[in-house]
Design a binder for this molecule. Structure first.
Ligand SMILES: [Fe+2]
Length: 394
């Protein structure tokens, strides 16, 4: 069981909105603020309606960058204001944002004679990335900022900090060794926190299975970053990133039992054939069980399409409507515990969850692995119309 039934924190996650106001910058995005199609649905305004319908409430709204598409500053301003509207509807105490490569004018598209890659972000109202001027100034001066929400420490990192400098830097993310050292030194003073969360735009480790050529867009020094923040705090972390638009949940490499769980958020507005636009809410819990990491959590995911809007539906690509992270034991052992509950007949998944809460803290692939182990024991999982486990029986 987790130490307490109530989550330490609930975090809504929006990433890669890719809003545009100029039609020529919108070929690969659905988030159209050009005004050419008035009244047309878009995932950001539909999200506000969905939140009002669901009465969802969170503590923090995270935005993991690429608010606009191709440095379209009309789109940036509109989407940033809409995001604050979403934050209000979610009753979130704070927005925790970072910038993406598309938010910086690193190719000097807007004004060749007055190049200012981060100028539009600095001009935003409300202030970007934090309303608090000291936190914002820290983010721009040091490439990161750290804040605390009750027992949870959250760091926001600018992995596009060198975009606009050396030309090839725009091809990937980077965190410098100096930034890692400064962040780790600050985090050493937060060891009393019950959970740690990092928000960044690029992915800290290369992705596998995304293209014929190896992924090259990951954060340079990303593994060093993970090593140092885990070592500084002695805790497992939740890392939230955007950029690749292909939602996934994994854990990163670690030489200790504390691990970085890495949540690659879906894109809210990028148009990618076969990949849904997604929005997530992560709930984090503290755990003292030996088969768990120091934090465990669940991730709820909504998917959007222009005909039916947002729904908790299963999609072939992307995260399922509900999954989790933090169970570090064997799925074979969980399967035999479930078999004991089922006995000769069947059990509802609600019963299974109540008796074995660890099933809530499985990656999507680990849940599939659990099903395979159950099949070996002669048990089948029946799913509901959203594709979620509903019942397990013989
Ligand atoms: Fe993006």
């Amino acid at each position: 069981m987790t130490e307490q039934g109530k989550p330490l924190i609930r975090i809504a996650i929006v990433s890669d909105i890719h809003a545009f106001s100029s039609r020529e910058k919108g070929t690969d995005s659905v988030l159209d603020f050009s005004g050419i199609s008035p009244g047309a649905s878009n995932p950001l305004s539909d999200l506000a309606q969905e939140i009002e319908k669901q009465s969802s409430k969170v503590d923090i709204l995270v935005c993991a960058g690429d608010i606009c598409n191709q440095a379209d500053f009309g789109g940036l301003e509109r989407a940033w204001i809409e995001l604050h509207h979403v934050r209000t509807l979610l009753q979130a105490d704070q927005m925790v944002a970072t910038c993406g490569n598309h938010d910086l004018d690193s190719r000097y598209l807007s004004n060749e004679t007055d190049p200012d890659p981060k100028g539009a972000l600095l001009s935003l109202s409300p202030r970007f990335p934090f309303e608090d001027s000291a936190l914002s100034d820290k983010f721009w001066a040091r490439n990161y900022a750290v804040l605390r929400h009750n027992d949870v420490v959250i760091a926001s990192l600018n992995t596009s900090a060198y975009h606009g400098g050396k030309q090839e830097e725009i091809l990937y993310g980077r965190v410098s060794k100096r930034t890692i050292d400064a962040l780790a030194a600050e985090l050493k003073n937060t060891q009393d926190a019950l959970a740690h969360v990092l928000v960044c735009h690029h992915h800290p480790l290369p992705l596998s299975g995304v293209a014929r050529t190896a992924d090259k867009e990951y954060i340079r020094n990303g593994q060093d970053l993970l090593d140092e923040i885990v070592k500084a705090t002695g805790n497992s972390w939740l890392i939230i990133h955007g950029h690749r638009h292909k939602p996934r949940l994994i854990h990163g490499a670690s030489s200790t039992n504390a691990v970085p769980f890495i949540l690659g958020a879906g894109s809210l507005g990028a148009r990618i054939p076969g990949v849904p636009n997604q929005f997530h809410i992560a709930s984090l819990y503290k755990s003292n069980l030996s088969e768990h990491a120091s934090i465990v959590g669940t991730v709820e995911t909504w998917s959007w399409n222009d005909s039916s809007g947002w729904s908790l539906s299963s999609q072939p690509a992307g995260l399922p409507p509900i999954c989790g992270f933090g169970y570090r034991g064997q799925t074979r052992v969980l399967a035999s515990q479930i078999a004991d509950i089922v006995g000769p007949a069947f059990a509802t998944w609600i019963d299974v969850r109540a008796k074995i809460p660890s099933v809530d803290f499985l990656f999507p692939d680990a849940l599939r692995e659990l099903e395979t182990e159950l099949e070996k024991l002669g048990l089948q999982v029946l799913r509901d119309r959203n594709g979620q486990p509903h019942q397990v029986g013989r």
